[in-house]
Design a protein around this ligand. Sequence first.
Ligand code: A3P
Length: 307
Amino acid sequence: MALDKMEDLSLKEPLRQVEIGEVEGIPFTKRMCTTWDQVWKFKARPDDLLIATYAKAGTTWTQEIVDMIQQNGDVEKCRRATTYRRHPFLEWSTQESAAARYSGLELAEAMPSPRTIKTHLPVQLVPPSFWEQNCKIIYVARNAKDNLVSYYHFHRMNKGMPDPGTWEEFIEKFMTGKVLWGSWYDHVKGWWKAKDKHRILYLFYEDMKENPKQEIQKILKFLERDVNQEVLNKILHYTSFEIMKGNPMTNYTNEFQGIMDHSVSPFMRKGVVGDWKNHFTVAQNKKFDEDYKKKMADTSLVFRSEL
Ligand code: A3P
């Protein structure tokens, strides 16, 4: 299980300075903190659809499935713009790059309805208007270890994220919630509780991998949409990992140039369940599992870390 190479790779990282602040105890970039008041006052519309996830849980994949459904399987329409521009990323704002100079708020406000909006916010930080307008929300959760591994590699390739440090250090940060958007444990549990009170479809990355057709059908039902078999098969095909990896509109090579370095680790990295086994040492795994049990003792939520 040991993979010492990981630490070598992180040492080769360029130094970067992403300043971190906090909103209600949740780590955000300083830049996100400065726009937070506007995000909190965001005016959701009743027909907005929110796709909410902890970062690296399968957001982009879900966004593509939803867009394919909304466009009734029309691939060309789905290629009208990058994922980032089709679905505003509510709380994200950065001044570092011309390529990403539009904040989520700016994109959302300029967008005609019906809008699909992306967020990584923990449930307690979702702007109140989403609840007031009774918006539909799709939440996707991924098992902690694979989510952590994916987040680690994303930090390595993305200069807009803080330096992850070594693999060992990053595990610690993840376990203590000292990462952007805070604790994975609180995030998945908070949204799990909220689903009983609001219009939330709670999905799992592992289920989507195991049986994508079935999970797409759940999304169709939730969105009150219907497609014929031919369109359903098309959606399945065009939202597969291999096709999305090769699609410049979904693989993030057309956006955040100079910020994301796909030669360090591609955005579309592996797209599998169980890659954590190639990263955790036996000791790291034991420690992680013990801590996990404590943190997840107060929830009925169950994850699968392998298929
Ligand atoms: P890995 O780093 O494990 O490969 P997000 O979109 O929330 O940032 O999540 C990114 C993760 O989802 C990455 O995981 C990425 O490869 C994976 N992913 C993206 N599209 C996918 C697809 N069509 N099928 C399976 N996994 C996908």
